[in-house]
Design a protein around this ligand. Structure first.
Ligand SMILES: N[C@@H](CCC[C@H](N)C(=O)O)C(=O)O
Length: 300
């Protein structure tokens, strides 16, 4: 069954995590065919519903049986709910941090899960979550994001400017640039409209690019920074959970720290990232804003 040809209309939910927005499709038995063209049309803000990405909610075992996944990812059981994530251009990515928060909120608020701690499956492996609070619209969720692995350095060109950064693997690839002396106003003025140019030799599968102001201590002694992000397969988004973890890892490393906490403001809100030598967490909000039904033939 293709997404387009469901006779009785396919239900969807629209949600976001710090305004990184998603179409959520419940498909427990993995019966839908999500081809790239269809996902791109659904995520298109003029042709379709409009979103940065799509989250299919399916049982991990069903995705293996249907051949969407080759095998159960590490630490993920057949009965665990799996976040089958697609970028807005239809491409598949290994992980989406904001997506996991929205996904966890969705399965908890709809009763597919009846506990506040559980595991979400992703192509990058198991992502344990804690639901701190939720109702039908809002939730506050922490995601265990695993180890953010530093992997050397590279550069990105944005307009006429070259930014050096740290390559960071958070399950998906990032170039996290902590830019010395960059103010919040400078960051807001960066022009992403022509895209970003990364080194293909350093990132054979592409990368997400983050620009971060150097962290400063706020009045309470907490570290705070601001970030913007240009996502692989999407373009500039108002937030990127894996990017926030990558940027925190790079910023703490630049301060000689392999652990610590950082609050980060992004255009879509604010999150808290904690880095430990053996892992990392991302804490922030989720919102489920609308329910809808796709009309048969919507894509013609
Ligand atoms: N917005 C996401 C990341 C989505 C995947 C990314 N665009 C990629 O291709 O790796 C997040 O919140 O982490």
């Amino acid at each position: 069954m293709r997404v387009s040809s469901h006779q009785s209309g396919l239900r969807f939910v629209k949600g976001h995590g710090t305004q990184n927005d998603f179409v959520v499709l419940a498909d427990p038995a993995a019966e839908l065919t999500l081809d790239a063209e269809m996902v791109a049309a659904l995520c298109d803000r003029q042709r379709g519903i409009g979103a940065d990405g799509l989250l299919r909610v399916a049982r991990t075992g069903a995705l293996v049986e249907r051949g969407v996944l080759d095998a159960l990812p590490d630490g993920v059981a057949a009965d665990d709910w799996f976040m089958d994530y697609r970028n807005g251009d239809g491409s598949i990515a290994e992980m989406c941090g904001n997506g996991v928060r929205v996904f966890a909120h969705y399965v908890r608020a709809t009763g597919l899960v009846d506990a506040d701690t559980f595991t979400v499956g992703s192509r990058a492996g198991a992502r344990p979550v804690i639901i701190h609070s939720f109702d039908d619209v809002h939730a506050e969720v922490t995601v265990e994001m695993g180890v953010a692995r530093l992997d050397g350095t590279s550069v990105v060109r944005i307009g006429d400017d070259i930014y050096p950064g740290a390559k960071v693997d958070v399950g998906n690839p990032h170039l996290a640039c902590v830019v010395a002396d960059l103010t919040a106003d400078d960051l807001a003025a960066v022009d992403f409209t022509a895209g970003v140019v990364i080194e293909p030799g350093d990132f054979p599968n592409g990368a997400n690019v983050e620009l971060l102001t150097p962290p400063v201590e706020d009045a309470d002694g907490c570290l705070y920074a601001r970030m913007r992000v240009f996502e692989r397969g999407v373009g500039e988004t108002r937030s990127c959970g894996t990017g926030l973890v990558a940027a925190t890892r790079a910023a703490l490393d630049a301060r000689g720290q392999d652990a610590g906490e950082l609050r980060i403001g992004i255009p879509g809100g604010e999150v808290t990232v904690t880095i430990r030598p053996d892992g990392s967490t991302l804490r922030g909000p989720s919102a489920l804003v609308a329910d809808g039904v796709l009309r048969p033939g919507w894509d013609r």
